[in-house]
Design a protein around this ligand. Structure first.
Ligand code: SAM
Length: 243
């Protein structure tokens, strides 16, 4: 049936995502630097600046993986604040937790295995939630946006950093070529796993464009939804506020 098909498709996606991130976890950081030539650090820095996180804040970094954002937030919120690094994937979460502990982040950070679609936190908990390169991997994005809205405090902000659509035709061609040939080859070379990187390229192509994601945020209940294009729109940061 139609519904039967949907259930199978959803399960397939979640399983595929679990496989991919389990497989890449150990090499994730080095691949990130190689694939983006280090530029992901600038995209993340911009996101941190938009977050307006400060001393004493409660921050959730969902789909936080190996903890790049959580590490910066832990320094910003200080001893009176709290950062939760959450991810659905135990392998990614373990790499992230070990990295942060090695860097001396122990007192104000927690590590939680959780699905963005049904966050295990009380209503109105966080001043800020970030999801970086994570939303496109979530099966039910609308459920995830509603769940994030629920656990934000009124006035709190959500930042979604994600691959998006460039409207520059030349850039778009170069990027397609890069993601469907260079990226899997690089994946094969470094991780012996071209399949996972092919999945990543496909998931980027399927992800909603800037305006569609903004609409989805509004539909979920966010107000003052806006976005900033980075690197010609290859990546965008969406911001929404909980009313
Ligand atoms: N945020 C990190 C960064 O920017 O480097 C990691 C991004 S990584 C590309 C995507 C992460 O999303 C993976 O760690 C994966 O396990 C996680 N993820 C996928 N689906 C998820 C879900 N439904 N809920 C929570 N995390 C999820």
């Amino acid at each position: 049936t139609h519904f039967g098909y949907q259930t199978v498709a959803k399960k397939d996606k979640a399983e595929k995502v679990a496989e991919v991130f389990h497989s890449v976890a150990q090499k994730y950081d080095i691949m990130n630097d190689l694939m983006s030539l280090g530029v992901h650090r600038l995209w993340k820095r911009f996101t941190i600046e938009l977050s307006a996180v400060r001393q004493g804040h409660q921050v959730l970094d969902i789909a936080g993986g190996t903890g790049d954002l959580a590490f910066q937030f832990a320094k910003l919120v200080g001893p009176t604040g709290r950062v939760v690094l959450a991810d659905i994937n135990n392998s990614m979460l373990t790499v992230g937790r070990d990295k942060l502990i090695d860097r001396g982040i122990v007192d104000n950070t927690e590590f939680v295995q959780a699905n963005a679609e049904c966050l295990p936190f009380a209503d109105n908990t966080f001043n800020c939630i970030t999801i970086a390169f994570g939303l496109r991997n979530v099966t039910d994005k609308n459920a995830a946006l509603r769940s994030m809205l629920r656990v934000l405090k009124p006035g709190g902000r959500l930042l979604v950093l994600e691959f998006s659509k460039t409207d520059n035709p030349l850039l778009s061609k170069a990027y397609d070529l890069y993601s469907f040939s260079v990226l899997p080859a690089l994946g094969k070379l470094v991780t012996n796993d071209s399949e996972s990187y092919r999945y990543l390229a496909e998931s980027i192509r399927m992800h909603p464009d800037q305006e569609t994601l903004k609409e989805m945020m509004v539909d979920a209940g966010f107000v003052r939804a806006t976005y900033h294009n980075l690197t010609g729109g290859i990546v965008a940061v969406h911001k929404g506020i909980k009313p």
